[in-house]
Design a protein around this ligand. Structure first.
Ligand SMILES: [Zn+2]
Length: 331
């Protein structure tokens, strides 16, 4: 529990998942929390992905012209789901939320440790409660001070068990759905605009959707499409979603030692999507770009049923902490 807490705190303060900035960025865009000097090593600040790298993927979140989202403060193309944080004056990969209990930002590099810490803290509180309950239930006459101490400890244990348990559970659910807390706020109505790689879209005349060509390869053509409301294009299926956040082996899920696999994505795009799966296939079919195979369709139906059930589950777990002062994906 202590290791996971230290890792959450360390990354929240020094390294939540910074995206590198261009040298020519606007002056005055330094954040109040920006920590220059020896703390920020080049390893911590992974460079922003170059424009061409977005067009090497099967799809990416784009603007109306089919370009990735531009951050005017950092002067970079934002990786999918990166958000600009005013506090740090930088874009942060897979920004999840600002956590007042940790006192910092939970994002790509510490989301896994955050979930682990909440889980361990809830278990620790449960064990503490059981121990205190055992002593209180014994037929022994304690001095009144001791009874007060035990009762206060029991009260604190109950409080932290529900707080950490609820937050941890909602973290697990978000990881299982491949959502961030920010995405989840508008999940029911959220419509994603995505550039989807397709050969067929090359015949742009007569198409019902706009297209865009990759800057360095005119054979790579992307259709600019919108997802149905409530559809999450990053959802790659329950187990794959959890592996993306927690790791490929069971001990990665339990021990707060290795970073999340999201941090090692080679394109620099932490939300590299699962190719040709569910939501994107659904969007392509709706646009008249081919039809889904029967197994993809049933996988898609399962996914959408889970996506519809999810908000009730999350509400049951207690909403995760509120978020502050970040730009939307479009800004
Ligand atoms: Zn930025």
């Amino acid at each position: 529990m202590i290791t996971s807490y230290i890792r959450v705190l360390w990354h929240a303060i020094f390294d939540p998942g910074f995206v590198g900035q261009q040298p020519g960025r606007k002056s005055g865009s330094e954040g109040t929390w920006q920590r220059p000097g020896p703390w920020q090593t080049p390893r911590m600040v992974r460079p922003s992905p170059p424009l061409e790298s977005f067009y090497d993927q099967d799809f990416f979140v784009c603007d109306a012209q089919g370009k990735p989202i531009w951050c005017s403060e950092c002067q970079i193309w934002k990786p999918d789901r990166a958000r600009h944080s005013k506090e740090f004056g930088r874009c942060i990969r897979r920004f999840d939320h600002y956590c007042p209990w940790v006192g910092g930002i939970v994002a790509e590099r510490n989301f896994k440790f955050f979930i682990q810490f909440c889980t361990y803290a809830a278990l620790f509180s449960l064990v503490s409660l059981l121990v205190v309950a055992y002593f209180l239930s014994r037929k022994v006459e304690y001095r009144w001070e001791r009874t007060v101490h035990l009762s206060v400890t029991a009260g604190l244990a109950v409080f932290f068990m529900f707080l950490a348990g609820g937050t941890g559970l909602s973290g697990w659910l978000l990881a299982a759905m491949n959502l961030t807390t920010l995405d989840n706020i508008h999940q029911k109505t959220n419509v994603w605009q995505v550039a989807v790689s397709t050969e067929m879209a090359k015949r742009s005349e007569g198409c019902a959707f706009p297209t865009v060509t990759a800057p360095k390869d005119c054979n790579r053509v992307f259709a600019i499409l919108k997802s149905p409301a409530g559809c999450n294009p990053f959802d790659a299926g329950l187990m794959e979603n959890l592996r993306q956040v927690l790791g490929r082996h069971w001990w990665h899920w339990v021990l707060p030692l290795r970073n999340s696999p999201l941090c090692y994505s080679d394109t620099g795009n932490s939300d590299k999507p699962h190719p040709g799966f569910a939501c994107i296939e659904e969007i392509k079919e709706a646009a008249g770009l081919g039809s889904m195979a029967p197994e993809t369709r049933s996988a898609c139906d399962r996914l959408r049923r889970r996506q519809r059930r999810f908000p009730q589950l999350l509400a049951g777990a207690g909403a995760p902490l509120k978020t502050v002062k970040v730009r939307s994906a479009g800004g």
